[in-house]
Each structure stands twice: as structure tokens, then as C-alpha cells.
Ligand binder design. Structure first.
Ligand SMILES: NC(=O)c1ccc[n+]([C@@H]2O[C@H](COP(=O)([O-])OP(=O)(O)OC[C@H]3O[C@@H](n4cnc5c(N)ncnc54)[C@H](O)[C@@H]3O)[C@@H](O)[C@H]2O)c1
Length: 261
């Protein structure tokens, strides 16, 4: 890197967010890590510091505008700039819900808010800093479910609002990339398929508890016959956040072993 760059990673305490933090640290970035799970976040941040990375932490909710403003200010205060933003907070909620008439309005809104508003709020506070720098990289987490998925809901909770929200994020980055490109800012989305993080992560534990025949049927959907590891998704995110990816913008990048193709 030509200059010391910094990244803000939202939802960094575990899973894809944590793998992204480790990957960006290995690429030499200074980091601000944010998550609602303060104990796990501080633990992981300390390990990264011991390995030589400069790490700030912000504990809070990705749906709270003041917390996100604070995370951006913490990054610029500590490192002088904010080069890369990974918006990773999201999910479908823990309760399996299939048909549209089974999904209560409050659960519908909860899933839409977590997946979409968290990204909007982070960008709302980060883009002015990136615009002033005339440089920025933004990546958010969509999903292959944005294209719809046949069959039972598997590791997901409320699939319909989840698919709706993740499809919305594709529109978000396509429009944002056009709005901010002139300022040297890119915006992209990655679309992972079933992704397994370290022990204790949500999707991993849910997947392991599925009946064997259902696990087999799920894996048979993938040309590679295996889930993705969080590090594989993190590698794609790190590329989209890199200096070298400056001409890659408005892209929806599947990280799915060929499931969508
Ligand atoms: N794992 C998969 O199979 C998969 C596939 C496609 C897309 N995704 C998307 O990738 C992202 C990460 O998924 P994961 O499986 O690594 O998740 P995970 O559940 O393992 O980790 C999520 C992290 O987000 C934090 N978090 C949750 N709500 C928050 C909030 N309101 N504010 C701040 N932090 C919050 C949690 O504390 C946790 O550290 C999500 O957006 C998810 O929808 C995951």
C-alpha cells in the first residue's frame, strides 16, 4: 500500500466479519472493529493487537446512527482517515418462518432494518469522509438468497424478508456506486452461499444440527459439494476493499462455488 490505510468493519466479532478483520489486518490495514457483542469483540481485537495491528473497538448496535457516527469519528481520530468500510451486520433472525402468511409484520421489519438500514447508516456517516479524501472502498454483504431459493429454509430464519433485504442491497450498491464514483469511491456487494465460520458461529451451529439427509441435500445444491469457509468470503471482500480494485464498482459478486451459475 502506498499509504497506511484504515478500515471500519461492522459486525466484526465473529464469522465473516471476524475473518474479514483478520484478512485486512494481514494486508496491513489499521482497523476499527464494531459489534454489538462487546466481550467477543474485545477478545478478538486484543489478539489482533498482540499480532501487531492497530485496532480500535466500538461496541454498539449497527442500527444506531450515533454509534455509527462515533465509529467513523473513532477511525478518523485514531488513524487520520477511513479508506475501507465493510458493512457485514445482517441475518434472517433465529426463528424459522417459511410462507408469507407465517411472517409477522414485526419480524418482517426487523429483518429489513438489520440488513438494509445498518448499511445505509454506515454509508451515511462514512461517505462524507471518503468524499473529502477522494478515496473510498465500500463492500456490503448480500447473499445468494437475494436471487431466491427453492426448498425448505435450512439454516435461515425468515427467508422472504431476508431475500428481499439482500436483493435491496444489490440495488443499493448499484446506485451508490454511480452517485459516489466521481469522488474515487467504489461500492460493491458480495453474495455468499452457505458460509461456515469458526465454532460457535450462528450458521455453522444451525447447519450442524440439521438432519444428515437434509445436510446432504443442501450440499448437493453446490457444484463443489461443500460449504464455503468464512475466510473464502473474506478474501473476496478484501479484494473489493483493496486499492487495486478501484475500477470494480457496482458489482454483485457471488462467492458460491458456482451455485448461481
Ligand atoms: N453465513 C452464511 O451462510 C451467509 C451467507 C450469505 C450472507 N451472509 C451474510 O453475511 C453476514 C455475516 O454473516 P455470519 O454468518 O458471519 O454472521 P454471524 O451470525 O456468525 O455473526 C454476525 C455478527 O454480527 C453481530 N451483530 C448482529 N447484529 C448486530 C447489530 N445490530 N449491530 C452490531 N453487530 C451485530 C453479531 O454479534 C455477530 O458478531 C450477514 O449479513 C449475513 O446475512 C451469511
Amino acid at each position: 500500500m502506498s499509504i497506511q490505510r484504515s478500515a471500519l468493519i461492522i459486525a466484526a466479532a465473529q464469522g465473516i466479519g471476524l475473518a474479514t478483520a483478520k484478512r485486512m489486518a494481514a494486508s496491513g490495514y489499521s482497523l476499527t472493529l464494531m459489534d454489538i457483542n462487546g466481550a467477543k469483540l474485545e477478545h478478538e481485537a486484543e489478539l489482533l493487537r498482540e499480532a501487531g495491528t492497530r485496532v480500535e473497538t466500538v461496541v454498539g448496535d449497527a442500527l444506531d446512527s450515533d454509534t455509527l457516527r462515533g465509529a467513523v469519528e473513532r477511525t478518523t481520530g485514531a488513524f487520520g482517515r477511513l479508506d475501507a468500510l465493510a458493512c457485514i451486520a445482517g441475518g434472517s433472525g433465529g426463528i424459522p418462518m417459511h410462507q408469507v402468511d407465517e411472517i409477522p409484520p414485526e419480524q418482517w421489519m426487523k429483518v429489513l432494518l438489520l440488513n438494509i438500514n445498518s448499511v445505509y447508516l454506515a454509508c451515511h456517516h462514512a461517505v462524507p469522509v471518503m468524499r473529502d479524501q477522494k478515496y473510498g472502498r465500500i463492500c456490503c454483504l448480500s447473499s445468494t438468497v437475494a436471487k431466491g431459493r427453492l426448498g425448505p429454509i435450512g439454516t435461515m430464519g425468515a427467508r422472504l424478508p431476508y431475500a428481499t433485504a439482500k436483493a435491496g442491497l444489490i440495488g443499493f450498491v448499484k446506485q451508490l456506486s454511480k452517485d459516489v464514483g466521481i469522488h474515487g469511491i467504489t461500492a460493491n456487494a458480495v453474495l455468499p452461499w452457505l458460509t461456515i465460520g469458526e465454532p460457535g458461529t450462528t450458521v455453522r451451529e444451525t447447519f450442524l444440527k440439521l438432519p444428515q439427509d437434509y445436510k446432504d441435500k443442501t450440499l448437493a445444491m453446490s457444484p463443489q459439494g461443500r460449504p464455503i469457509e468464512a475466510e473464502g468470503v473474506a478474501a473476496a471482500i478484501a479484494f473489493l476493499l483493496s486499492e487495486e480494485a478501484g475500477y470494480v464498482s457496482g458489482v454483485e459478486l457471488p462467492v458460491d462455488g458456482g451455485v448461481l451459475n
